[in-house]
Design a protein around this ligand. Structure first.
Ligand code: FE2
Length: 321
């Protein structure tokens, strides 16, 4: 797999002030606005994992994917060009802005800007948080995962799987068609679900401490309208999470306890038990599909479906306790 991990996400927004409040209050992040009006959200040592750039509308700017081996990055760029794709090298200023040594840009079938980068640097200073959370599980697994809504999954999955080398984790048809892809031990770093319009659906960030998720859920419930999906647990990656609507319209999944897979031995499967073991009432989903999802959860409970809790090694060293 040439791509090693999800590195960063860039979003253009007319709602920087709302984002600052949202990131601080709900996500637990320090969110200082820079002199140019840009908001860099840090989860770990990287200069940012999410960057909000002032604009006139809400739109995805870029999704950055890191490739550890510089030679592999260059051969991937050659292969993309040979397939007739436009690939442009990022300028020195682009690289400095993202904190990477090199970057190349291309466009996926839905028009999203993909940035393939190498040499994603850490800053000397640790990130500050707005409350004493235990930090985010990133490292070799990267930022988390990103999910696109798309009208046709096939061209998108073909681009990311056949061209960029992502591997299939699993796929499902109900309550909505979805396809989950991995590039490292995180069960999925990328997924597609079928939606009426193509859009950024959500980005998942994973906490080390389950209690940080619960305490953020308390905060979110004080603003009931931001909860887009209630607390629940996923059947495929075992993530316990809830989803909040960001000021830009897409969601952030705030999670804990995602499973780690062995990418070398993993066999892709079709899943039929629904997306969640319990919870995850999806306010974004049309009522007919919500009813199907609810029915699938009740069937999962009737069948006694459950999964072992996934605790990260060294958890107490990281968060204390
Ligand atoms: Fe997710």
């Amino acid at each position: 797999m040439p791509v090693d991990r999800l590195a960063y996400l860039g979003v253009e927004t007319a709602r920087i002030a709302e984002w600052q409040d949202f990131a601080t209050t709900i996500l637990g992040l320090a969110a200082p606005v820079g002199a140019d009006g840009t908001l860099h959200l840090r989860l770990d040592g990287k200069p940012f994992r999410l960057v909000l750039t002032p604009g006139t509308e809400e739109k995805l700017g870029c999704v950055g994917w890191e490739i550890d081996d510089a030679a592999q990055l260059l051969s991937l760029v050659e292969e993309l060009s040979a397939r007739g794709l436009d690939v442009a090298a990022g300028s020195a200023a682009d690289c400095a802005d993202r904190g990477v040594d090199r970057l190349f840009r291309c466009i996926d079938p839905d028009g999203n800007t993909v940035e393939l980068c190498h040499g994603h640097r850490d800053l000397a200073e640790a990130p500050a948080f707005s409350r004493p959370i235990g930090g985010f599980k990133t490292g070799e697994c990267g930022l988390g995962h990103v999910v696109f809504g798309t009208t046709d999954i096939l061209p998108m999955s073909d681009f990311y799987e056949a061209v960029l080398g992502f591997r299939l984790s699993d796929y499902t048809a109900e309550p909505f068609p979805a396809r989950f892809l991995h590039v490292n031990p995180r069960h999925h770093s990328l997924a597609f679900i079928r939606t009426p319009q193509p859009r950024l659906h959500h980005v998942m960030i994973e906490l080390y401490a389950l209690d940080d998720v619960g305490q953020a859920y308390d905060r979110a419930q004080l603003r009931d309208e931001v909860i887009a999906v209630t607390l629940g647990r996923h059947t495929n990656d075992f993530m316990t999470s809830f989803y909040v609507a960001t000021p830009s319209g897409f969601m952030v999944e705030y999670g804990w306890g995602g499973r780690m897979i062995d990418p070398d031995s993993w066999q892709p499967i079709a899943t039929t038990e629904g997306p969640s073991l319990w919870g995850h009432e999806r306010r974004w989903l049309p009522e007919a599909q919500r009813a199907i999802a609810r029915e699938m959860r009740l069937r999962a409970a009737e069948a006694g479906l459950k999964a072992a809790v996934q605790v990260t090694d060294g958890f107490f060293d990281v968060v204390g306790g």
